[in-house]
Design a protein around this ligand. Sequence first.
Ligand code: FE
Ligand code: FE
Ligand code: ZN
Length: 280
Amino acid sequence: MIYIGCHLSVTDRYKAMGETMSRFGGNTFAWFTRNPRGGKTKPVIPEDVEALKAYLQQECFGTLVAHGSYTMNLCSAKEETRANGRDMLRQDLERMELLPGNFYNFHPGAHTGLGTEAGISLIADALYELLTPDMTTTVLLETMAGKGSEIGGTFEELREIIDRVECKEKIGVCFDTCHTWDAGYDLVGDVDGVLQHIDDVIGLGKLKAGHFNDSKNDCGSHKDRHEKLGQGYLGMEAMKRIALHPALQGLPFILETPNDDEGYIDEIRTVRSWMEEQTL
Ligand code: FE
Ligand code: FE
Ligand code: ZN
């Protein structure tokens, strides 16, 4: 089985996120460590975090997948943006230690004109500096659609970043199905081939989590517009094949589909029904 859940708002505090996800029928979730667009954080109440920890254990949740801010760009052409990005990453990783042993996923960055090679170097430099052997969080680079000057639209780019990071046991990859499809990998016609490709280039052992999204656009569009499960170009059959793929079992998968609460409850129910079907 995979663990399934969706993005939740941290506005209602940590313990409440766990309870909300149980109500949704899921057993993992994602949240933004700070405002996804503005980058601001909210103060954390230690007792609240402790209450969530106990709750997750009691309810047998899978590993959680926090998401870094979209404004964090470790490889911007602007020095100030890069410095800000490093500060955000440093603070986020510190805060993640309140909930030890989970994943922190982020978009590698956009080089905004510096070029792919320079972008990769800057991202790797930041990770080289900030990942330490004593941290309990694993940092995940997200597979990207390759929109504009985005880094991470190919598995090779992600591998190059990982190659240059010293603390390799603290870094992995988050497989976003919409992004990977939009980047040009054929998850409909050849899911085995794409996962084999990941294995050849990065190693499936580095694949730690997934973002489970359909896409509003066709393979290779480089657009990055998520769609509800079964309503996009990936389609329900391909989504099901991915969720049940032997290489991905045990991973937490997060829905980032354009839904309200009811929509997420429905999609979580759908994914769970596939898993139940399979065990019958
Ligand atoms: Fe993301
Ligand atoms: Fe994503
Ligand atoms: Zn996306």
